[in-house]
Design a protein around this ligand. Structure first.
Ligand SMILES: Cc1cc2nc3c(=O)[nH]c(=O)nc-3n(C[C@H](O)[C@H](O)[C@H](O)COP(=O)(O)O)c2cc1C
Length: 299
């Protein structure tokens, strides 16, 4: 079923095309976070993105948030190179740029520069402002978060609901820089952001907590819920965080098992890079869907 309905083998639905478009524009928004920004970065992704966007019925789908976000990132990419006086016409033409501008409905800045105190100004606010103000932060000062603060974070995150309160999830904090670097290398998604990364959470679930076949994926459901509450707890205590997937092949699980001496009953839910942020840092805009795109009321 996964083979048939995921975007693994074909791009034969709008949703599959949108997944690729999102994957590629997200790489571009992350590319803009690097200091310095590398000229002509992510060329292959730009070519793919332009081709994928031209392969959908742009008039029908241009109001979708992910399409607007893709167009926006491409526009910024072009303008960044124009400002740098860097020729990219071999893979991104002026006609492509005009086509993009023509379909862009709203104009946003794709990456936002934040000051630390402003970024956390809503971390004790009402839930609406609190939730809206949390973002993935990939820029850390290097200062260590104390054990006592980590305990407070986990105490708060432990409020997460779980199936019959079985609470299968544990929070491991890795502080060994050599092992952190190995893990970042193995996982791939945090590459380029780990210079001052001195602590990384490995969120784990224990299969021992589940007892029938219907629960075979429950560790990931409970893990996902816990992950969100943990991200909120980190935000509440003014700690910058970026979750990093563990959608990895079996060999990576084995390497992780060896690195941390884990039994096979332990499943990795996610990694989370954590740290205090730099005084000033950039983050991605990460536009969210309008509710009309994913709220369906069934009568
Ligand atoms: C399960 C999961 C895995 C993620 N993996 C990565 C990753 O490997 N590298 C990365 O830089 N960001 C990763 N992210 C962060 C997403 O890119 C980010 O949540 C998304 O772009 C939305 O931005 P926001 O968190 O600021 O709302 C991950 C997020 C989640 C929830």
């Amino acid at each position: 079923v996964f083979k048939e309905h995921s975007a693994l083998m074909s791009k034969n639905t709008y949703a599959k095309k949108e997944a690729f478009i999102t994957y590629n524009y997200h790489s571009i928004e992350k590319g803009f976070l690097h200091k310095p920004i590398r000229c002509r970065f992510a060329q292959k992704k730009i070519i793919e993105l332009l081709s994928d966007l031209k392969n959908i019925d742009i008039r029908q789908f241009k109001e979708k948030v992910q399409i607007q976000a893709a167009l926006l990132n491409l526009k910024n990419y072009y303008e960044f190179h124009e400002n740098q006086k860097q020729d990219i016409s071999d893979y991104f033409s002026v006609n492509d740029y005009l086509w993009i501008k023509n379909h862009l409905i709203k104009d946003y800045t794709s990456n936002i520069v934040e000051k630390e105190h402003e970024y956390f100004s809503n971390s004790n606010s009402n839930f609406y402002d609190f939730s809206t103000s949390r973002h993935s932060i990939r820029s850390y000062s290097g200062e260590k978060i104390s054990n006592s603060l980590l305990k407070k974070v986990v105490r708060l995150a432990n409020n997460a609901p779980s199936v019959c309160n079985r609470q299968s999830i544990s929070v491991y904090v890795l502080e060994n820089k050599e092992k952190i670097d190995k893990l970042v290398e193995l996982q791939g998604g945090l590459k380029g952001f780990s210079n001052n990364l001195n602590q990384i959470i490995i969120l784990m679930g224990n299969l021992n907590s589940f007892f029938w076949i219907g629960e075979r994926n429950q560790v990931y459901v409970d893990g996902g819920i816990y992950l969100m509450n943990l991200l909120y707890a980190l935000h509440y205590y003014k700690i910058a965080a970026c979750p990093a997937h563990w959608a990895m092949p079996v060999e990576a699980d084995e390497k992780m098992g060896k690195l941390l001496d884990l039994p096979q009953s332990i499943k990795i839910i996610s990694l989370i890079a954590i740290g205090f942020p730099e005084k000033e840092f950039s983050r991605t805009l990460s536009l969210k869907r309008d509710e009309d795109e994913n709220l369906k009321i069934i009568h």
